[in-house]
Design a binder for this molecule. Structure first.
Ligand SMILES: *[C@@H]1O[C@H](CO)[C@@H](O)[C@H](O)[C@H]1NC(C)=O
Ligand SMILES: *[C@@H]1O[C@H](CO)[C@@H](O)[C@H](O)[C@H]1NC(C)=O
Length: 457
């Protein structure tokens, strides 16, 4: 494309190395962003670097897609695990080992990619976690564009980690303390901070996040899966910390999603439910709440009698109270996997019970569905606080634990009070601004054009 007619850069010489974090839901969004850029910057060469296991998952079944993008090639980086590695059982161990292997595992593969393509790397597009991008880009005389896949407010807490530790101490976990010195965060509690900001600050993950916060201001631009009206105060603050902040989301609206099959017939089932009557329940792809909370939730659903779709890991008949699935079989649907976005867009859905991970929050905004949050870790507590105190589009449960009473109270608030109605109106406004942002000449669309310019000049 001829976006840079006036400049003399030979785009065919440009080479973008994309460095993906292979754990959680990080690599997929980065690959999707790289693909979007590669469609526009079709003369630029892209090398996508991730572990063999994650690459295999990402690129399987996408042959048709990648035939149209011959300018992206993927490379495997070493996962750092020693020969004959026997897992210790600690779920985070492979991540810690991987962090230790960085950045050398990436560097050696970049050398290979440069040799194969005959093109020096001119831009690094990385997961925002990769603090070493700043030095690496400087060494290579390249640009650095990190992508933060979560929300702007959690990013701000990582950028301000030193200030936070200075003001409240690094080990403070007294929840009665409120935090009043961060811009754009009224009613923040100490316990809302994501891991890595305070508490256990010496682990590999915390150290990575800390260094990230310190290095991101050196990036050419920081891209984020958000849209600019989501939180102007925090956006302004990030803007003043970074050279350039580019809201290029929500990705759920900008990126063609892989079709999720509706094998359980959720959408047909929703068609026969009344408007705003259904409770949709999902705690994301990894979290299973403790048994007593699952039981409490089941009791609450049975008492309120509202129809529900529950994305359930495991066998509900074995886990939930005796006879519950039988008694609720006309009212409720248990599914192992669901087309979440399509469900949330359905007018029958009145509420979503969520762990409030950032992607789920964006899905609910785009679906226009108010939330009850039961956060667990990472940025989830912070998101939950924002839903309630900044946007007024959701509510938590008392003490952050699902009991029959606390869940009932939150559910009633959203489903049958004036306050709940106002939440729905507010979230529909946010939805409108999200849709506007990705339209032609919308802020996210224009920011994406800026990103293309950075990569192609
Ligand atoms: C790549 O960079 C090296 C060192 O800066 C330089 O010597 C070489 O000519 C460059 N190669 C190309 C193909 O531009
Ligand atoms: C794009 O949006 C800006 C600001 O909202 C407006 O001033 C401008 O006229 C718009 N341009 C086009 C081509 O629509």
């Amino acid at each position: 494309m001829s976006r840079d007619k006036g400049e003399s850069v030979n785009v065919e010489k440009l080479h973008v190395a994309v460095l993906a974090f292979p754990f959680g839901t990080h690599a997929g969004p980065l690959l999707n962003l790289a693909r979007r850029i590669a469609v526009d910057a079709h003369k630029v060469t892209f090398s996508f670097l991730c572990t063999s296991r994650t690459n295999a998952a990402l690129f399987s079944g996408s042959k048709d897609y990648d035939e149209f993008l011959p300018n992206i090639k993927h490379y495997d980086v070493h996962d750092g695990l020693p020969e004959g590695y026997v897992p210790s059982g600690h779920p985070l161990e492979p991540i810690f080992i991987f962090i230790k292997a960085m950045p050398d595992n990436y560097k050696s593969v970049m050398v290979k990619a440069v040799a194969e393509t005959g093109k020096n790397i001119t831009c690094l597009v990385t997961d925002a976690f990769y603090w070493f991008g700043a030095d690496l880009a400087k060494e290579m005389h390249a640009k650095w564009v990190p992508l933060w896949t979560a929300g702007p407010h959690s990013l701000l807490t990582h950028v301000f980690t030193d200030l936070i530790r200075e003001k409240i101490g690094s080990k403070e976990v007294d929840d009665t303390k409120t935090v009043d010195f961060l811009p754009g965060f009224p009613e923040l509690h100490v316990s809302d901070f994501p891991e890595g900001v305070i508490g256990d600050i010496d682990g590999p993950f915390s150290t990575m996040l800390h260094k990230m916060g310190l290095e991101l201001p050196r990036a050419t631009a920081v891209a984020i899966n958000s849209f600019s009206t989501v939180h102007p105060l925090i956006e302004n603050e990030l803007n003043s910390q970074f050279k350039l902040l580019l809201n290029v989301g929500p990705f759920i609206l900008t990126t063609p999603q892989r079709m999720v099959s509706d094998e359980h017939g959720c959408l047909a089932w929703l068609n026969q439910c009344e408007k705003f009557s259904v409770v949709y329940i999902s705690f994301g792809s990894r979290i299973v709440p403790p048994p007593h909370e699952l039981n409490a939730l089941a009791e609450c659903l049975e008492e309120c009698g509202c129809p529900f779709i529950w994305v359930f890991k495991g066998n509900p008949e074995e886990t939930l109270p005796n006879g519950f699935t039988e008694r609720t079989k006309t009212k409720g649907k248990f599914v192992a996997w669901a087309p979440q976005m399509e469900i949330l867009k359905h007018s029958a859905v009145g509420m979503c019970l969520t762990h409030s991970g950032w992607n789920s929050v964006l899905d609910c905004i785009v679906g226009g569905v108010p939330m009850v949050s039961r956060p667990f870790f990472g940025d989830q507590r912070l998101n939950a606080r924002m839903l309630e105190s900044i946007w007024g589009i959701g509510v938590g449960v008392d003490n952050g634990v699902l009991t029959k009473e606390s869940t009932m109270k939150a559910l009633n608030l959203i489903m049958s009070t004036e306050e709940g109605k106002i939440m729905r109106e507010k979230i529909l406004k946010l939805k409108e601004s999200a849709l506007k942002a990705v339209e032609r000449n919308g802020t996210s669309a224009n920011n994406f054009d800026t990103l293309i310019k950075i990569v192609t000049s």
